[in-house]
Design a protein around this ligand. Sequence first.
Ligand code: SF4
Length: 472
Amino acid sequence: MNKKYLYINTIGCQMNVYDSEQMIRCLKPLGYEISQSIEAADLIIVNTCAIREKAEHKAYSFLGRLPGLKRKNPDLIICVGGCVAQQEGRMILGRIPYVDLVFGTHALNRLSEHIRNISLKRCRIADVEMTREIMEFSSSGVPAACDEVSKFVTIMRGCDNYCTYCVVPHVRGPEISRRPESVIEEIRELVGSGVQEVTLLGQNVNSYGIKEGLCSFPELLKLVNEIEGLFRIRFTTSHPKDLSEDLIAAFAGLEKLCSHIHLPVQSGSNSVLKRMNRKYTRELYLEKIDRLRKISPDIAITSDVIVGFPGETEDDFKATLDLVKEVEFDSLFTFGYSDRKNAPAARFPDKIPDNVKNERLRELLELQEYYTLKKNSALVGSTELILVEGFSKKQDFQGEQEGFTCVHWTGRTSTNKIVNFVDENSLSGDSTLIGKRIEVKIEKAFSHSLLGKPVDSKPMPVGVIGEESYAA
Ligand code: SF4
């Protein structure tokens, strides 16, 4: 079989990252190898995200770069997958004549069949059919590509919550959970190929298995916790309304479960939460935070906030700022509200002007920066166990200039904080520390990362490391 090259541009959340990996697996039997070069590609896939306007624009602007490549290579196959594909369907084929395949979020397991047909017949296909079954991918005969120590594992798809600003239930369909046996089998396989940490993914993992009468999410966590060789378990995302006592208790009872929860609050104002259809109040949210911290005092808590939801008053926004002050999140993802097709809030009155939205975003970010730095600074002087993931994005070559060779590594704490460190014993380009569990003494804190030194390492020359080098 001739070797062919596949280039994937993945936009959006971790679930899309996971789906892109499944696409690579599906296409391997057809002879496709992943390529980092778009020019070399025989097949280009853009895996899209519809959750925000910006992500959708990103997909279209990427597609806008492709007609030249198609002219140079008329056999090139161009595909659009993911949430925008699901939302727009056949319209994409009408709008963009050089796109060969549009495949929605439920068409992943038909991808290889479509590619085969397009190669043979040079036809154009749109497949946005939704099914009520969860897609399972057989990995037999196709080894997982595991040069990474940490991987995502999707445990469920879709969402039943219908928050009024969100397109996910419309583009991913209703919630469907995978069977626990198949999740466990996949994780065992990953562990067998060197993976040490998994992040279980779902739009709302807290409701895993309920509809299908499978085990509950805390029970699934227990099963994953028993997998030999696995070091750490993470999960995302949790809906606050469904955060159960059993799940809170898991943070104390399961030794592999990391001490971090991402619990999106979206707003601190009850009237905004109501219009968002979030089905919890600020009081209930704060109560759950309290329970989490009682059970697990060092747990890191991160969240999402949408600023400028239709009708958000100054008082509503102030309630959000007050909640941020009260909780003191470890970090926060902040977003300016944007209308999404099919989402009810797009039809809500009292849209917030962009200048007001931007000013509120700025104020919120500034406040959160303070708490992030405060939390990170509190770790200076402590020793943290980190799982080394690879080389730090930014390398400081001052060491070489001063007559020794060093490499800057990066890993995460159980609380999901990025720790960069220098190990003078490892040579540049040597990957021997990847996958190692190392104790690092934290010496400096920045807004997005920490800097430290392995506890058994010899002291580094003073002045080697500058803050500028470590903005992760
Ligand atoms: S819980 Fe709400 S925000 Fe999250 S995916 Fe479902 S509808 Fe969207």
